[in-house]
Design a protein around this ligand. Structure first.
Ligand code: AMP
Ligand code: MG
Length: 426
């Protein structure tokens, strides 16, 4: 593979901000990464149900009004607003019924009313609905008192969507409500962007696959499984390239295969400056963008760049670091790759901390926490088990990150902290 043209930010890694003492702030690292990402090209047409979680590549326009006709928002009686009594009561003969899907045929004249159900079309001559709880029946007559407003409880044709309007813009990430809305205009197929393909591999001589015997000092590769899960949840297609041994040749071969087949590459391990760390060295051959010490914990150096046309994210090896750096740095970039115009709005809640959280100033920390609702409606959070970067159990026990700002020192019980719930994030 050819070395790609170095990008403007490309300089010797040791001269890059983020090296030496000046670690790069997380928001700065995220902004630099996002600036390099362009949505994938190409689209496909899918049946509506299959499009859940996909991103519209073209706007969806409506050929029809929704609702198609003026109709009732209530079960009750429909009449002309001009007939409503100003004071006292007035009795109206009930001349028929309009059901949802079975409209009243004919016109309603002044002084008359019809029985009407929710969703039923308003016939000619009526524009006002009085809910049935406010009507007294007296034989064939409906008795209505004053206090109603002409035009009340009427849904107007086109009130939801007007014929010819763009119902949904390109870049919309399709959630359940969007599927319903598209169905409501009678459209059954939609054009969505191609799913980006992400290649993942783990690096490390100590790693073994499930089913293999563990020798001295060996561990099972867990990162490929958490990465597979995180990428799949984003709606990406995952290409799993397995475990890559810590040699220059194996690392280069994996880079080439990944770049030839994927839009993005996410690896774990081998980005420290240990003797067996070939990821950064290999990335440099292809014109790297950055190799940064990001001021976050967990998360040691992060390698970011391009291999051919593919985006490259070299994450640290520790299982918790992989997850934290993925959520904070890689996920926003992969979202942008999908073409989603959705703003990434990480939800942050304030909670009262019940544990002592050890913290030194200098890094933005993502400690693992267990969040619960207090009786007074506020939130309480406590630390989830061992906070070591290698202790994946802390992620499975936790339901949030406790986000401790750069300059924060140790937190004592009773203090207010910010938490990022996993719901919506993971
Ligand atoms: P490294 O960044 O390659 O120095 O790895 C840091 C730590 O993470 C070491 O203890 C590794 O054994 C561990 N580690 C690296 N990759 C994996 C993996 N795929 N699954 C589980 N642990 C890993
Ligand atoms: Mg390693």
């Amino acid at each position: 593979m050819k070395k790609t043209t170095p990008l403007p930010a490309d300089v010797d890694p040791c001269d890059q901000p983020g090296h030496g003492h000046a670690a790069l702030r997380l928001d700065e690292a995220r902004a630099r990464i996002l600036a390099e990402v362009r949505p994938v090209e190409g689209s496909e047409t899918l049946d509506l149900r299959a499009a859940l979680g996909r991103v519209l590549s073209a706007p969806v326009r409506s050929a029809v009004n929704v609702p198609a006709h003026d109709n009732s928002a209530m079960d009750g009686y429909a009449l002309a607003g001009t007939d409503l009594p100003d004071d006292g009561e007035k009795a109206f003969p009930v001349i028929g019924t309009s059901w949802a899907g079975r409209p009243f045929e004919g016109a309603v004249r002044a002084g008359e009313c019809i029985r009407i159900m929710t969703g039923a079309t308003l016939p000619e001559g009526v524009d006002t609905i009085v809910m049935q709880e406010h009507v007294r029946r007296d034989g064939d007559m409906a008795v209505i008192a004053s206090g109603h407003r002409p035009g009340q409880h009427r849904r107007l044709a086109g009130e939801d969507i007007r014929a010819g309007d763009v119902a949904l813009a390109a870049g919309t990430l399709l959630m359940p409500a969007h599927l319903g809305l598209i169905a409501s205009i009678g459209t059954g197929r939609v054009e969505v962007r191609r799913r980006p393909r992400v290649a993942i591999f783990s690096t490390g001589d100590e790693l073994r696959g499930i089913g293999e015997e563990l020798g001295e000092g060996q561990i099972y590769d867990s990162n490929r499984y958490s990465l597979h899960g995180m990428a799949t949840r984003l709606g990406l297609e995952v290409l799993d390239l397995g475990v890559v041994r810590d040699t220059r040749e194996a690392t280069q071969a994996a880079f080439e295969e990944a770049a030839a087949r994927a839009d993005a590459i996410v690896t774990s391990g081998g980005v420290s400056v240990g003797e067996a760390d070939y990821v950064v060295e290999t990335l440099q051959q292809y014109g790297q963008v950055g190799f940064w010490k990001v001021a976050m914990k967990p998360g040691k150096p992060i390698a970011f760049g391009r291999v051919g046309r593919a985006l490259f994210f070299g994450l640290p090896g520790n299982p918790v670091s992989v997850m934290a750096t993925f959520y904070q740095l890689v996920q926003p970039a992969l979202r942008k790759l999908t073409g989603s115009a959705e703003a990434d709005l990480p939800i942050l809640l304030k909670a009262t901390c019940q544990s002592k959280l050890k913290k030194k100033p200098g890094r933005l920390e993502f400690q693992r926490g267990i969040l619960e609702r207090a009786a007074d409606g506020g939130y309480l959070v406590r630390s989830a088990s061992h906070q070591g970067a290698g202790v994946l159990r802390s992620m499975t026990e936790a339901n949030c990150f406790i986000v401790l700002p750069l300059e924060q020192e140790t937190v004592h019980p009773g203090a207010e902290v910010e938490v990022q719930p996993f719901a919506g994030l993971v």
